[in-house]
Design a binder for this molecule. Structure first.
Ligand SMILES: [Zn+2]
Length: 308
């Protein structure tokens, strides 16, 4: 699933080519959108802004019309110059928004949504009422977001849901918007918090470390997505600060391997109703709470000492 930072990059790329421009063409393969477009044509409207809210991408058109898309597993937005060959087959196209160049002599652009499973038009009012588009917590990547904001959200949620597991809470877009499954594990590791701990056992300074890491990692992984070519979701995520592809994450995807910090074994276990993979180091992220520490799968075969 694309993480919040990739949706943010996508929104920035779309904002870069669509923002402030007049729509010159609109196409869709989705009946629901086509019906609205018949009545409230998009051509001639101005793209006011494109924003990301967690994993949702919102494109605001003049005249109170908002195109809301969610990428789920497979969806993506690409940006092409007019006439440029698409890199995904046409049958996967769900929405095309065309705009002129804006500057005299500059060619136009096409923003194309492929495989987007959720795409709908809203007014500001219907968006406010929508139960499908969640009311999101503060976006970690928003300009005004502070560690204190995030701390307040975690504290408030913990007061109401003390038994909620940290790894599940970090993915809950209504608490904090933006983190996906990769960063969830990385953020818990950075704070030394076992992701299976109940939020009620997490101390204030640990919450603060999680929010701080969430903001730092997300920001470090946002690069300017504006460009002439394709917008990809393939940009490698980094949390360890190295650009070495093999060493870019602390625990995510490293089941059975040595912890980069302590040499212990990284474990993995499915977590929450959606059974998302959660990775952690039992040494760096000790268990706090009732009962015994959760045990994960670890395929590592411990090296036996040879000889004596
Ligand atoms: Zn460790």
């Amino acid at each position: 699933m694309p993480e919040g930072d990739t949706i943010y990059r996508t929104a920035r790329a779309l904002q870069g080519v669509l923002g402030g421009k007049v729509v010159t063409g609109f196409e869709t393969g989705l009946a629901g959108l086509a019906r609205v477009e018949d009545e409230a044509t998009l051509v001639g409207r101005v793209v006011e802004k494109v924003e990301s809210r967690g994993k949702w991408c919102l494109i605001y058109f003049s005249g109170d019309l908002i195109l809301v898309t969610h990428m789920l597993m497979s969806g993506s937005w690409h940006v092409y110059r007019t006439g440029e060959r698409w890199r995904v087959p046409r049958r996967a196209m769900r929405v095309v928004i065309r705009v002129g160049g804006g500057v005299a002599g500059e060619g136009g652009w096409e923003a194309v949504a492929f495989h987007v499973p959720i795409a709908e038009f809203h007014t500001a009012r219907s968006l406010g009422r929508s139960s499908q588009v969640p009311k999101l917590g503060p976006d970690i990547l928003a300009d005004g977001f502070t560690v204190e904001d995030g701390l307040m959200r975690l504290r408030a949620y913990g007061a109401e849901h003390p038994a909620a597991e940290v790894g599940v809470v970090l993915l809950n877009q209504r608490v904090l918007a933006g983190l996906g499954n990769v960063y969830k594990s990385e953020v818990a590791f950075a704070a030394g918090v076992n992701p299976f701990r109940a939020l009620g056992t997490v101390r204030e300074n640990e919450m603060e470390k999680m929010v701080e890491a969430a903001q730092r990692y997300m920001k470090a992984n946002v690069v300017d997505g504006k460009g002439d070519g394709i917008v990809t979701y393939a940009g490698p995520r980094r949390t360890t600060g190295t650009s070495n592809r093999e060493e870019r994450l602390w625990v995510y995807g490293r089941q059975g391997q040595e912890c980069r910090r302590c040499g212990g074994t990284v474990m993995m276990r499915k977590q929450g109703e959606q059974a998302r993979s959660t990775y952690w180091c039992g040494e760096c992220q000790p268990w706090v709470g009732e009962g015994s520490a959760p045990v994960g799968k670890s395929t590592v075969v411990r090296r036996r000492r040879v000889g004596c």
